[in-house]
Design a protein around this ligand. Structure first.
Ligand SMILES: [Ca+2]
Ligand SMILES: [Ca+2]
Length: 281
């Protein structure tokens, strides 16, 4: 049975208290700040974890993420890749490819041509020296390294991202894809992370919204669990964010219009998808 959502008044926002948002278990809290990965429709899919009641649920429908350098100057190890237990074949490997040169925000866009490629390169590293890759200085694919899924089928790793000299202030765009050694599991679609080097939070979020609207251009945004349908499971996910209004890093799948809040404007967009039920091919 479908929820009756034609009348917006049926959605009542509850007051989010600190106690309601705080997760009692540190392992769950860790999930919430990481990028979620898992399997969806035969391929690796990316997203975020959402708190639904007391449960942490992966919403594998997000492909734009944000992060800030500064754990050390020019360095961060977020967002990490994280999955639920049993998400992947135990002891398989998941790796990444860098799909493009780094791009730098010019105040209104990440220009796709050579003019948008800065002098800086981004280093991705984890573990031994062999596990070090640099973004290319022209658009070409750099094959990354792979890491192990554990015996419980969970993948949780935090690569180090270092902005190399001159490491000037601003916002940088990284395009990656993930691949697996698990038989039959296709690589992810591309995903993007906007990194801030001493930029403002408002700039960072605006740049990520630009990527969503101009680079990603999602065709079925209301399909929050990425199963090809917009149905009651997506409605539950939407309402869970709607109740909290604000979006937190690394991404916000329920913010369809790119203002980094989940409110009535997003509900209007959700309702269109829900009425259609099937995502466009
Ligand atoms: Ca769905
Ligand atoms: Ca919004």
């Amino acid at each position: 049975m479908k929820f009756q959502i034609a009348a917006k008044s049926t959605l009542v926002r509850t007051v989010a208290t600190t106690a309601a948002i705080t997760v009692g278990c540190s392992a769950q809290a860790q999930h919430l700040i990481d990028m979620a990965i898992g399997q969806s429709q035969g391929r690796i899919a990316t997203g975020v974890f959402q708190l639904q009641g007391e449960n942490v649920v992966p919403l594998l429908s997000q492909r734009v993420f944000i992060s800030e350098f500064g754990t050390f100057p020019g360095f961060t190890n977020n967002p990490g890749w994280d999955s639920m237990v049993g998400a992947f074949q135990p002891a398989s490997q998941i790796g990444f490819n860098i799909r493009k040169a780094l791009r730098k925000w010019n105040g209104t866009a990440f220009p796709p041509g050579e003019a948008g490629i800065p002098a800086e390169q981004l280093q991705i590293k984890l573990g031994p020296a062999a596990n070090t890759r640099l973004t290319p200085l022209a658009d070409e694919t750099v094959t990354g390294f792979s890491l192990a899924v554990n015996g419980a089928g969970e993948f949780h790793h935090h690569p180090g991202y270092t902005l190399l000299d001159p490491a000037s202030d601003g916002l940088y765009l990284l395009e990656l894809e993930l691949w697996s050694t698990q038989p039959g599991l296709q690589a992810s679609l591309p995903y993007w992370t906007v990194f801030s080097q001493n930029g403002s939070e408002d700039e960072l979020r605006a740049a990520a919204s630009w990527v969503r609207a101009n680079v990603w251009q999602p065709t079925c945004p209301a399909d929050l669990n990425n199963d090809g349908l917009v149905d009651d499971a997506d409605f539950v996910a939407f309402v869970s964010s709607y109740n909290y209004l604000l979006c937190d890093p690394p991404g916000c799948p329920t913010d369809f219009n790119g203002d980094w809040v989940t409110d009535d404007a997003d509900f209007s967009i959700f309702a269109v998808g829900y009425d259609a039920l099937l995502c466009p091919e």
